[in-house]
Design a protein around this ligand. Structure first.
Ligand SMILES: [Zn+2]
Length: 199
């Protein structure tokens, strides 16, 4: 499996291109249309976009990706949040280009998309319906878990005790793997068990 990080959008949120076969790719989060350009440069076709949560800096590129033929997926519990003012686009003076959700997922779902297998973990706290995605040796944590830090809970819909429970749930997953967060640099579960202040 190949994973390519593409910081994109005004807040440089990390989008991740994930491919098993080197032809088709799943995109995790979509800050703007930059991941589309990056995929085309590499000869990759993005078949699906998986959103970790509904904040605008992770979703602003969805319309462009949908126009290009990608199916957009969102957590069942996050749809209402995503299409509300709580997505913070208006707050930032931005307008989210319109798109629709093609498929939904929830806790425990095992997604198999273009050969990429991901398990859905519901991790509320940063937003009410945020999720993380787990593969055999990677964990995509959105804005729930960062390198030596965790996501903010002071935005509408945030909940600190839920977030801490979600972070502890991630840190309690068995074994070690690379963590690909929604902002800043990669880390590992083992590193976070030792150094994350919320561990
Ligand atoms: Zn966020």
């Amino acid at each position: 499996m190949q994973i390519i990080a593409i910081p994109s959008g005004v807040l440089r949120a990390n989008s991740y291109l994930v491919t098993e076969n080197g032809t088709d790719a799943v995109l995790i989060d979509c800050g703007d249309s930059e991941p589309l350009t990056a995929a085309r440069k590499r000869g990759l076709q993005i078949t699906h976009v998986l959103l970790t949560h509904g904040h605008f800096d992770h979703c602003m590129g969805c319309a462009a990706l949908q126009d290009a033929g990608a199916k957009i997926g969102c957590a069942k519990k996050e749809k209402q949040f995503l299409f509300s003012e709580a997505n913070l686009a208006t707050e930032m003076g931005l307008c989210m280009p319109p798109f629709s959700i093609d498929f939904f997922y929830e806790e425990g779902d095992l997604l198999e998309l273009s050969g990429v297998r991901l398990r859905v973990l519901e991790t509320p706290g940063h937003t009410p319906g945020g999720v993380c995605f787990q593969t055999e040796d990677a964990l995509f944590t959105g804005d729930t878990l960062f390198c030596e830090s965790v996501g903010r809970t002071d935005f509408p819909g945030g909940n600190t005790s839920q977030l801490i429970a979600s972070v502890r749930r991630l840190l309690a997953l068995p074994g070690d793997c690379t963590v690909y967060p929604g902002h800043d640099c990669q880390t590992t579960l083992q590193h976070e068990r030792k150094w994350n202040p919320y561990a």
